[in-house]
Design a protein around this ligand. Structure first.
Ligand code: PXP
Length: 254
């Protein structure tokens, strides 16, 4: 298969985590987004959690006005979040499950639970002209249900792959789910827990068009700076994909 550019969307949530530790105005996730774009990010991802533990409403408004690539808004399917998405009009909405006590998004969306509500939410986002993606576990049933629900894309949860040290079974599940998703006509994304050390096998899965990566890049940025951290990830993805530096920066969907 011809080597293709895989989009790298950077999740800036944890820049906001650092700011919220002191409730000041630095570091600013919006400034971070600009730096990421300058360093080659294809998109910016931010999760407006219901508890507002990191990203704030004003961050989303400012990101929507500042991002030059595309903005991917991660959110739970609630009336409040749907109204925010309609107002700020990001390029893409990724629906994620949320539990208040969790440290991070622990599992994929339960797409079998209340499918009517999910389908209605997706339809509402589509009416607003927004691309929709569902963050799901890499399982056949979840992929098929996502297609039935009318989503444009799925984002495969790579958490199990990451926490099992790149385990073979977890990787096989990602490969199978990616192939099935693409065969069903869904765009396939992936993310969670990816680092420069474990990204290669996931980046090499041909059907995966987009990776959403946050914590490891922001962590690495503390030592080498954000631009260098973004470039390291880009290089790791390109090497895994067999893409030459010449084609870097292409492939954004808008
Ligand atoms: N994708 C989704 C849907 C997420 O919820 C998160 C975490 O907010 C990420 C990707 C990024 O995960 P990480 O910060 O571990 O790279």
């Amino acid at each position: 298969m011809r080597a293709t550019h895989q989009r790298l969307y950077i999740n800036v949530d944890h820049v906001a985590t650092l700011r919220q530790a002191r409730r000041t105005d630095e570091p600013d996730p919006v400034a971070a987004a600009t730096l990421c774009e300058d360093a080659g990010a294809d998109g910016i991802t931010a999760h407006l959690r219901e508890d507002r533990r990191h990203i704030q409403d004003d961050d989303i408004t400012r990101l929507a006005g500042t991002v030059r690539t595309v903005l991917n808004l991660e959110m739970a399917l609630t009336d409040e979040m749907l109204a925010i998405a309609e107002r700020v009009h990001p390029f893409q909405v990724t629906l994620v499950p949320e539990r208040r006590q969790e440290v991070t998004t622990e599992g994929g969306l339960d797409v079998a639970h209340d499918p009517e509500r999910l389908a209605a939410g997706i339809a509402r986002l589509k009416r607003a002209g927004l691309r929709t993606s569902l963050f799901i576990d890499p399982a056949r049933e979840a992929v098929e249900r996502s297609r039935d629900l009318g989503a444009d894309a799925i984002e495969l949860h790579t958490g199990r792959y990451a926490t099992t040290g790149g385990g073979r079974e977890a990787l096989a599940a990602l490969r199978e789910a990616a192939a099935l998703g693409a065969a069903l006509g869904l765009a396939v994304h992936a993310g969670h827990g990816l680092t420069v050390r474990n990204v290669a096998p996931v980046a090499a899965i041909p059907e995966i068009e987009e990776l959403n990566i946050g914590h490891s890049i922001v962590s690495r940025a503390v030592f080498v700076g954000l631009a260098a951290a973004v470039r390291e990830m880009r290089a790791a993805m390109d090497a895994a994909r067999g893409v030459g530096a010449a084609s870097a920066g292409q492939g954004a969907t808008r």
